[in-house]
Ligand binder design. Structure first.
Ligand SMILES: Nc1ncnc2c1ncn2[C@@H]1O[C@H](COP(=O)(O)OP(=O)(O)OP(=O)(O)O)[C@@H](O)[C@H]1O
Length: 687
């Protein structure tokens, strides 16, 4: 007989204890709980066998009491742990506070629409699993009634009688398992596809934004939206559909079952359960706060490590390893302290909830036992009641966790959607193109005034007028911070002028196709070229994705880069490392020149292209540049005299305007600002 009861306990154990397979609960093996229940059960059965005159409810109390007490305690530990665990795993964005963006349902709908069938399938299966979950306590009750009858009467064929309800229950478990598998597969498919679509759309939207957008937003924050925010949104989306639906259905269904089984006991539960869940949610929210603090502290410590490792050359150059270690250790110690407090909070929470829950189960068994004694309830009903009330309790607890998750999911989603709908002020495509054969390359800056969008009150250019004649080289010189590079940025249309017009061959560049302008007309080389962490071949091809290997090699030859590239063991397939870290400054610059030349631009902008190089590198790079500028309209932003010697026209900038213009000799003979600059440079020992 006892052997026949074992599967019941095993089922209970499986059902309630196995979910805690991580963290706290996993430290106490499910097997231990089973054996504890088992030994208690055997003792109870032995006692009941010697006291057959007692009503069956009393015997059942001995069997079910310890079982349910242990199971319930474990269940609540699981809930408590999960609540802390969910929060503990939540990525925290440590960013400056800004007004909360709005969640837009119609955007979510656009992403969900293609997955609608799979989503409906998942919802139906999850709903089915929840309905079956409501049936399970009732069936367990039937099973226990057979056991109780056998205990009481000791007649009939036990194995035969138990087979029916046991097989039914087994079938129910099987179907429930299948439905659960089905909805999880479908839901994870929907979640992953929605998240992948969001990532691609958000990345495309970010790439479309103006340079001004990137001036105002930190790269880390943007990457965070692509990664952590979408991850958080996906988790919440899946959780709300699976657990939300399941928990609400189970709560409602099991409550109805409870009422049908025993309105009196249900009344008792209605009073006590919400208090318990409410108190749990309150303590849970305190633990959540603590957990968030811990996460923020971990993020701070990570930030210190990230900065030190990201700038390891500077750290080493200043022998600051020890100081960085101290900074990191300080932040890690703080995070350790907060996490310890969190651990203590969880421990107290679990202890209190164990006591509260056990008292409730005890109360239910006591009240249920009394009802059994007065024949108002059968033992099976008490079993059903206990299991159904556990289901309600579990569902309510998961709904309370879900509330937090919904809030987090909505705010993550809102952050993602904010940038999804953002339209750039300078559209990348659209507008006219000038046919290649008729493109002259004349540029006119007409009355240009400009302030950077991030500093609207600070005017950089003030009614600037400048002409770049076709196939001529114009150099701009002037004091540092005077706005020379800003002129180049406006030509590239990284920004639009506040007032005035920039013309290309007599056409306002705002009417021209921007991707054509940047991709085919203007080549841009600046002081610190950024290479991608791929091969040299790929880096040069970045200028013209459809270029053949021969074109790449030709561009490299023009840029004086072919010799050093072929000197590497892997030649053009040499991987240059993150941002080109494995190359020298001069080598990087020559690859950048090749990258600009491969698109055969009509206009070339050289923004202090050689100023970061030593004399020898500068000579080689300058040689490449002299060759590259032939036959093109060139704008040189320069500091050093050597870089502007070949210029047809030199313009001196001061106070946001061009104040002097002429050839080198003309300007020197005038003895104005240009002469001052040259004199100063010579005095500082620059050539
Ligand atoms: N992205 C930006 N956002 C806001 N202000 C900027 C930005 N870039 C430059 N500035 C400001 O605009 C002014 C002109 O900068 P710009 O880089 O054009 O000067 P520059 O003449 O090229 O200087 P340098 O010769 O030192 O390179 C400076 O005061 C600078 O601080």
């Amino acid at each position: 007989m006892t052997a026949d009861l074992y599967p019941i306990y095993k089922l209970i154990n499986q059902w309630y204890i196995s979910p805690g397979s991580n963290g706290y609960c996993s430290s106490q093996q499910p097997g231990n709980a089973v054996s504890r229940i088992w030994s208690l059960t055997q003792r109870a059965l032995r006692q009941s066998a010697t006291r057959t005159s007692k009503p069956p409810g009393v015997a059942l109390k001995f069997i079910l009491g310890p079982a349910v007490l242990t199971v319930s305690a474990r269940l609540f530990c699981h809930i408590a742990y999960c609540e802390a665990d969910v929060n503990n795993n939540t990525p925290v964005e440590v960013v400056a506070k800004s007004p909360a963006p709005e969640f837009k349902w119609h955007i979510l709908w656009e992403f969900v629409k293609p997955q609608l069938f799979a989503l409906i399938g998942a919802v139906v299966l999850a709903f089915g699993a929840a309905i079956l979950n409501i049936q399970i306590p009732l069936m367990l009750g039937d099973l226990v009634n057979v056991v109780a009858r056998y205990l009481r009467e000791h007649t009939g064929n036990y194995a035969h009688e138990i087979r029916g309800p046991a097989l039914k229950l087994l079938g129910l478990y099987g179907i429930q398992g299948l439905l659960t598998t089905g909805y999880i597969i479908l839901l994870s498919r929907v979640g992953e596809r929605v998240a992948a679509d969001m990532r691609k759309t958000l990345f495309a939207s970010l790439l479309r934004q103006d340079v001004a957008f990137f001036d105002a937003n930190k790269t880390g924050q943007l990457v965070n939206r692509l990664t952590a925010d979408i991850q958080e949104f996906k988790s919440s989306f899946k959780l709300v559909i699976s657990q939300g639906l399941r928990s609400i259905t189970q709560t409602v269904g099991c409550f109805i079952s409870l009422y049908i089984i025993s309105p009196k006991l249900t009344g008792l539960t209605v009073v006590v359960l919400p208090c318990l869940v409410g108190a749990g949610a309150l303590i849970g929210s305190f633990l959540r706060k603590l957990s968030r603090m811990a996460q923020e502290q971990v993020a701070k410590a990570t930030g210190v490590a990230d900065e030190a490792l990201g700038n390891v050359r500077t750290v080493k150059a200043f022998a600051m390893e020890e100081r960085e270690l101290q900074l990191y250790a300080y932040e890690v110690d703080k995070s350790c302290e907060i996490n310890e407090n969190l651990g203590a909070g969880i421990a107290v929470f679990q202890g209190l909830s164990n006591i509260a829950l056990n008292c409730i189960v005890l109360g239910t068994i006591f009240a249920g036992g009394t009802l059994i004694s007065s024949n108002e309830l059968s033992p099976g009903d008490l079993m059903s009641f206990l299991v159904a009330s556990q289901t309600v309790q579990r569902s309510l607890a998961s709904i309370s966790i879900l509330f937090g998750q919904v809030v987090r999911g909505i705010s993550s989603g809102a952050r993602v959607f904010e940038y999804l709908t953002l339209e750039p002020t300078i559209p990348l495509a659209g507008g006219g193109r000038i046919p290649y054969h008729s493109l002259m390359g004349r540029v006119d800056f007409m009355n240009i005034s400009f302030s950077y969008p991030t500093r609207p009150g600070h005017q950089i250019l003030k009614k600037l007028n400048l002409t770049l004649p076709p196939s001529k080289t114009v150099a701009i010189v002037g004091e540092s911070g005077g706005g020379k590079s800003t002129v180049a940025s406006l030509l590239e249309r990284f920004y639009d002028p506040t007032s005035g017009v920039i013309m290309l061959d007599g056409l306002d560049i705002r009417t021209l196709d921007l991707s054509w302008l940047r991709g085919q007309v203007i080549g841009f080389i600046n002081q610190e070229p950024v290479l991608f962490g791929s091969s040299i071949m790929e880096n040069i091809r970045f200028g013209k994705p459809e270029a053949t290997d021969a074109e790449v090699i030709n561009a490299a030859k023009q840029a004086n880069a072919h010799r050093f590239i072929t000197g590497f063991p892997d030649g053009y397939n040499t991987v240059v490392g993150e941002r080109g870290v494995t190359l020298s400054g001069g080598q990087k610059q020559r690859i950048a020149i090749a990258r600009a030349l491969i698109k055969n631009p009509s206009i070339l902008v050289l923004d202090e292209a050689t100023s970061a190089l030593d004399a020898e590198s500068e000579r080689v790079v300058q040689e490449a540049l002299d060759r590259a500028t032939k036959g093109r309209t060139v704008l040189i932003i320069a500091h050093r005299l050597s870089t502007i010697q070949g210029a047809d026209l030199i313009c001196v900038m001061s106070n946001g305007r061009i104040v002097e213009a002429g050839t080198h000799l003309e300007l020197l003979s005038k003895g104005g600002l240009y002469s001052d600059l040259i004199r100063r440079q010579r005095a500082e020992g620059q050539q």
